[in-house]
Ligand binder design. Structure first.
Ligand code: NAG
Ligand code: ZN
Length: 286
């Protein structure tokens, strides 16, 4: 009887850890960080058009099809619905009605959410893409899916251009006397309400995406075909990486790595939640 119980228990351990291996990934432990993603999530982290990449501006080919974007409802001050701690990032979910078109995209895309990647304070950079090897303090990703799939994620990620991600670098402001810009001060004021994994807070009307992207010339960008930068790393992303960074003061950048935790109150702060660069892909520019 004791043997049977032990056998069943050992089998249970094996099954649970096997499930864990395929479901759980992380940034902070050697057992689940990006070094093992290709092994634990071979579909698709072991693929051939993976993101992020290092962008080499002198190698980017000019493409006249890369026209200007039209951003619909990015000026709405009530379109940011909620902020969430996913355990891996801070994500802001949008209400429906935000779309992007143009920008060399084949059709309109519905914008769904943005989330962020960062290092450890403004001094330890944590953008995902790099430019000529330069890593910025943070990177913001606006995720959109082809409108005609009506939010069907299965169909969206099965399409090699099903998702569009707009990447914006975040750079430290040179003048750090005050917390700026006001839109980012308001955005980061919600971090205290999502300290732990799965915490979520409704956002009050007040800031728009345009406010958060203030000062960035959105007519200058790089384009390449890549993947999601976290498991399952689906190769379904049309990447747009804007050349100009958003400028945010150091105090506000530092809040990300000193406020939210990856799990409960006994877990570490969420830091260095970025993937390192992957083999290069052809990059276009407008
Ligand atoms: C999404 O599309 C797939 C494939 O066409 C279909 O099987 C599935 O039922 C759809 N899911 C939803 C939630 O509509
Ligand atoms: Zn991202």
């Amino acid at each position: 009887m004791k043997f049977l119980v032990t056998t069943v228990f050992v089998a249970w351990i094996l099954i649970s850890s096997a499930q864990c291996a395929s479901n759980t990934w992380c940034y902070h432990l050697p057992t689940c960080n990006e070094a093992v993603w290709p092994a634990i999530v071979p579909l698709y982290c072991d693929g051939t058009r993976q993101s992020p990449i290092d962008i080499v501006p002198s190698d980017a080919k000019p493409d006249p099809e890369l026209t200007q974007f039209t951003f619909h409802n990015f000026d709405s001050k009530s379109a940011l619905e909620s902020m969430e701690n996913t355990g891996q990032t801070v994500k802001v979910n949008f209400k429906s009605g935000m779309t992007i078109s143009g920008g060399g995209l084949s059709e309109p895309y519905d914008s769904l959410q943005f989330h962020l990647h960062w290092g450890n304070g403004a001094s330890h950079a944590g953008s995902e893409h790099t430019v000529d090897g330069k890593r910025y303090p943070m990177e913001l990703h606006i995720v959109s899916g082809k409108s005609h799939y009506n939010g069907n994620l299965t169909q969206t990620i099965a399409d090699p251009t099903g998702l569009s991600v707009l990447g914006f670098f975040i750079e430290e402001m040179s003048n750090d006397e005050i917390e700026e810009p006001a839109s980012w001060k308001m955005l980061t004021s919600y971090l205290g309400s999502i300290l732990y994994k799965d915490d979520s807070v409704l956002m009050e009307p007040g800031i728009s995406l345009d406010d958060l992207l203030d000062g960035v010339d959105r007519t200058n960008y790089y384009r390449y075909l890549g993947s999601l930068t976290s498991p399952d790393c689906n190769e379904a992303v049309v990447w747009t990486v804007f050349k100009e960074p958003i400028k945010v003061s150091k105090d506000l950048i530092d809040l990300f790595s000193t406020t939210v935790h990856i799990s409960d109150s006994s877990s570490p702060f969420m830091i260095n939640n970025y993937r390192n660069i992957q083999p290069m892909q052809p990059v276009m520019t407008n």
